[in-house]
Design a protein around this ligand. Structure first.
Ligand code: AP5
Length: 215
């Protein structure tokens, strides 16, 4: 499948993407994971991105487009991809549309995960993430705790709270989402690709998406 996953911070994009990759081998491409990996590695990209991310601001479009232009042409994308956290602005969506046209790739849908704000706030303050940049498994101390407290079930690395999970940064991320990313729903509606999924159950969300793509 070739999907874009839209939705506010904490809507469940990463959780759902990880479950969908197991269905048909489509690869999850999370710009947030790529950037956090770069921050941890102390690379030039990470040094440039870290300040924006910590504040809850978006990283500049040019940086993201540089990464994604290359990433979408890597061989593992041939089996399908799930774009988690990209695009996030209208210029990113336009650039993606042009790139996919050039590559002759057709998207199946842009899935918009619609979750009430109070649920999002609760999820973001209780999320924990594996600190291993190659793993980044997502946990939640209420709904999906690791089997051993503070330790990733998959790779054994420490499970931590992200740097952008302070109350201040969460508020800023939600404002940034409303201002810059929420308008993408209209963009993809115009492209005939928008599919809203409004549920707080991951099972229901996954089933609705698989129904939409006919799997
Ligand atoms: P990014 O990592 O993309 O963060 P985000 O969009 O804010 O999304 P999150 O990862 O917070 O949430 P999610 O929807 O994946 O939810 P999750 O599945 O974890 O981006 C981080 C930063 O990087 C940005 O702020 C920006 O600075 C930069 N950036 C990234 N992409 C960029 C771009 N394209 N352009 C510019 N800048 C960019 O779920 C949340 C929690 O809820 C988890 O604990 C999970 O276990 C739990 N949960 C999920 N579903 C359920 C459920 N059904 N029931 C109960 N709990 C659930």
């Amino acid at each position: 499948m070739r999907l874009i996953l839209l939705g506010a911070p904490g809507a469940g994009k990463g959780t759902v993407a990880k479950r969908l990759t197991a269905v048909d081998g489509s690869v999850q491409i999370s710009t947030g994971d790529i950037l956090r990996g770069a921050v941890q590695a102390g690379s030039e990209l990470g040094i440039e991105a870290q300040g924006y991310m910590k504040r809850g601001d978006l990283v500049p479009d040019a940086l993201i487009l540089g990464i994604m232009g290359k990433r979408l042409q890597e061989p593992d994308c041939a089996n399908g991809f799930l774009l988690d956290g990209f695009p996030r602005t209208i210029p990113q969506a336009e650039a993606l549309r042009d790139l996919l046209r050039e590559l002759g790739i057709q998207l199946d849908a842009a899935i918009n995960l619609v979750v009430p704000r109070e649920v999002i706030l609760d999820r973001l303050t209780t999320r924990r993430t594996c600190s291993n940049p190659k793993c980044q498994e997502i946990y939640n101390i209420k709904s999906k705790p690791p089997k051993q407290e503070g330790i990733c079930d998959k790779c054994g690395s420490p499970v931590v709270q992200r740097e952008d999970e302070t109350e201040e940064a969460i508020g800023k991320r939600l404002d940034t989402y409303n201002e810059k990313t929420a308008p993408l729903a209209g963009f993809y509606e115009g492209e005939g690709l928008l599919f809203d999924v409004s549920s707080t159950s991951s099972d229901e969300v996954v089933a609705a998406i698989l129904g939409k793509v006919g799997i």
